[in-house]
Ligand binder design. Structure first.
Ligand SMILES: *[C@@H]1O[C@H](CO)[C@@H](O)[C@H](O)[C@H]1NC(C)=O
Ligand SMILES: *[C@@H]1O[C@H](CO)[C@@H](O)[C@H](O)[C@H]1NC(C)=O
Ligand SMILES: *[C@@H]1O[C@H](CO)[C@@H](O)[C@H](O)[C@H]1NC(C)=O
Length: 167
């Protein structure tokens, strides 16, 4: 019976769509410290194990850094964080870290339309949808929550970050 209702929901489409501002990730053995990523200027590969026990993690280097400084948000903004190289987050060439994150954290929106305007494949409902989608990771390196791209204001994560820091 439940199976039937779920199927019906699928057939009814968007009216039964489920969308969440955030979803909990499932607990697992794996942590994020097994991964690495290359700096934006290509100078080094950072082992995420170096971030163990810390809560913060620098190319076309000029393009991205200058984009932040002069365009978005602009006004000479220089963030104090490490810039990593641009990577694929979906599709056959996605970075393993995103395969990991998406495996543990379900999508926040059940509506997904395969589109020719998305230049990757395969396309899946679990894909990262837009820039402001976020994943929050615990001190132990375990995925904690995934946030809908609509959570553009970082203040939305404040309570969750405060909670994790208190643990
Ligand atoms: C998500 O986790 C929080 C606490 O970790 C819990 O209170 C909440 O019920 C969970 N939400 C769902 C949908 O499981
Ligand atoms: C980075 O991780 C990839 C697998 O994702 C691995 O093949 C590669 O050897 C790692 N590089 C370093 C420097 O650890
Ligand atoms: C970034 O912050 C760290 C820690 O507070 C500090 O040591 C470092 O000098 C800062 N770097 C820049 C470029 O502001």
């Amino acid at each position: 019976m439940i199976r039937y209702l779920v199927l019906l929901g699928t057939l009814l489409g968007p009216s039964m769509a489920e969308s969440y501002m955030s979803v909990n990730c499932t607990a697992g053995e794996e942590d994020i410290y097994q991964f690495n990523a290359t700096l934006l200027d290509g100078s080094a590969t950072v082992d995420f194990g170096d971030y163990r026990g810390k809560q913060e993690p620098g190319n076309s280097y000029e393009e991205i850094v200058n984009g932040v400084k002069y365009v978005r948000p602009g006004g000479g903004f220089v963030p104090n964080l490490t810039y990593f190289e641009k990577i694929d987050v979906n599709g056959d060439n996605e970075h393993p870290i995103y395969t990991f994150l998406k495996a543990y954290c379900p999508y926040t929106d059940s509506v997904f339309e395969v589109s020719e305007n998305l230049f990757y494949s395969p396309q899946r409902v679990s894909d990262v949808r837009w820039n402001w989608e976020k994943f929050l990771i615990t001190k132990e390196g375990k995925p904690y929550k995934r946030y809908n791209a609509n959570t553009m204001d970082p203040a939305y994560l404040e309570d969750d970050i405060a909670y994790l820091l208190s643990q």
